[in-house]
Write a protein that binds this ligand. Structure first.
Ligand SMILES: C[S@@+](CC[C@H](N)C(=O)[O-])C[C@H]1O[C@@H](n2cnc3c(N)ncnc32)[C@H](O)[C@@H]1O
Length: 212
């Protein structure tokens, strides 16, 4: 396992959203998220925030992930903003453009799942400083850069995942995160508290929120 993050293109990002392999891979992601326990992890962190009225997921894909999180929380009445640069969510936009738009909706929380690892540290630093201006809490669940993650990614064919998911899963683990790496990129703003640690067998969790 590389000591440092290695970024390589992911096929799902490059295929047209209507391509059968992309459609299959988005379906596979539901299974991958279930196996990683990401729905449970993000739902637990959202519940810890107390009542929320508006939540956005950046890099949301078709929104299946955030909808499964909300189902787990008993479908509370929450305004959901699903932001993806492919026309599969509710808002088609590049994440940086959407976050930088000061006329955007007020948000209690922003969620990112299997998304941050697409970006290098410089882009992440910029993204996280925009995130901190738009919401009072940020919850991210990403691949953990670990040997266990790499083995898990290579075994996804056994649970029926297709070639795009198999390729992207290995690439994602190599671009994933280790202890303290996202905290180091979070902006130094007063009042924010960060928590970052391995979650489950394969995931890496990061939560930043304003105290109180
Ligand atoms: C691995 S998928 C994860 C989808 C979803 N979060 C989930 O867990 O099922 C990553 C998503 O990020 C989107 N994406 C990649 N770069 C982006 C960008 N710059 N702005 C917005 N979305 C982006 C891709 O289109 C893709 O749908």
């Amino acid at each position: 396992m590389p000591a440092a993050r290695v970024l390589e293109p992911e096929w799902l990002d490059e295929l047209p959203h209507t391509d059968a392999r992309a459609v299959r891979s988005r379906r596979d992601l539901v299974r991958v998220n279930a196996l990683m326990g990401n729905t449970r992890i993000v739902a637990g962190e959202l519940a810890r925030l107390g009542p929320v009225r508006a939540v956005a997921e950046i890099g949301s894909g078709d929104g299946a992930f955030l909808r499964s999180v909300m189902r787990r929380l008993g479908n509370p009445v929450v305004e959901m903003h699903l932001v993806d640069r492919q026309p599969v969510g509710t808002i088609t936009a590049d994440v940086f453009d959407w976050l930088a738009d000061a006329s955007g909706p007020p948000l209690d929380a922003i969620v990112a799942n299997l998304f941050l690892h697409h970006f290098d540290d410089e882009a992440l630093r910029r993204m996280l400083s925009l995130v901190a201006r738009r919401a009072r809490a940020f919850i991210a669940c990403e691949p953990r850069r670990s040997q266990a993650g790499l083995i898990g990614a290579r075994l996804l064919g056994l649970v029926g995942c297709g070639e795009v998911t198999l390729h992207d899963a290995v690439v994602s683990v190599r671009a994933g995160f280790g202890d303290g790496e996202l905290t180091a990129l979070w902006p130094a703003l007063p009042g924010w508290r960060c928590e970052e640690r391995a979650r489950g067998r394969f995931s890496h969790g990061f939560v930043a929120r304003i105290d109180g």
